[in-house]
Design a protein around this ligand. Structure first.
Ligand code: DX5
Ligand code: ZN
Length: 240
């Protein structure tokens, strides 16, 4: 197994700027700037317009970024109805980790459209395939998704992502009501598994996330929305 930032101890808090709020016209430069400002990894939000009502980026964009930033760790978050078809393209594009939202495995009609947009999938098989492709693997659960239906799959994840907003857009308000579920999630994971939180994180909301046991903190607006000279301080405060 190659060195992987998420699976190698010690599990200190990591900060993952989401490039969704970077300036896409100067994306590689913006991504480099936050890494130089202390970010540990880059979070890449992939949306398909079906699972969430937004379109973002695809494997070609990641491949370009990988070329520009050969040493960066790319954490790909798939908010899509059919994650199975994107594992290989993102592996080839240079992803280090893939998280897929779990809801289409629970309900093939999950998403914004009325038509069935997923044939469903087996999360354990998907995580195994992700690791076979040389990446670490995990799944995400939305604010309204309970733990019980996903418990059986937890042991297979290198990292579990708890969403603290409804996925689709950056810049939304943090949903503190997810914190009890996140505490429960932490208790169900081992010390070797990472717990990531994503949505509305800032220097104000990050302490509660860390106290609930999250050790990978994603933030788009709080980092890219700050002026460049202020981003190092924002990253340091989110890390705690
Ligand atoms: C939301 C994405 C998040 C988003 C976070 O659907 O998964 O990663 O970019 O944005 P902020 O930090 O602005 O809430
Ligand atoms: Zn995300």
């Amino acid at each position: 197994m190659p060195h992987n930032l998420l699976t190698t101890p010690p599990h200190l808090p990591l900060v993952a700027p989401s490039i969704l709020s970077a300036d896409f016209a100067t994306l590689a430069r913006d991504a480099r700037q936050v890494l130089d400002a202390g970010a540990d990894l880059l979070h890449v939000d992939i949306m398909d317009g079906h699972f969430v009502p937004n379109l973002t980026m695809g494997p070609a964009l990641l491949a370009s970024l990988r070329g520009a930033l050969p040493d960066a760790f790319f954490d790909v978050h798939l908010m899509v109805c059919d994650p199975a078809q994107y594992l290989e393209p993102f592996a080839k594009a240079g992803a280090d980790h893939i998280t897929f939202n779990i809801e289409p495995a629970l309900d093939p009609r999950a998403g914004t459209g009325a038509s069935p947009v997923s044939a469903g999938f087996d999360p354990v098989e998907l995580m195994a395939r992700t690791r076979d492709l040389g990446m670490s693997a995990g799944f995400a659960i939305n604010p309204g998704t309970p733990l019980d239906p996903v418990r059986a799959w937890l042991a297979e994840a290198d990292m579990v992502l708890a969403m603290s907003v409804e996925p689709g857009f950056s810049g939304q308000a943090f949903m503190a009501e997810v914190l009890p579920k996140v505490q429960e999630l932490r208790a169900a994971l081992t010390d070797h598994q990472r717990l990531q939180m994503d949505g509305g994180l800032s220097p104000d909301t990050a302490p509660a996330c860390r106290e609930a046991g999250c050790d990978v903190l994603v933030a788009a607006t709080a980092i890219f929305g700050a002026a460049e000279p202020d981003r190092a301080a924002q990253i340091a405060k989110i890390r705690g």
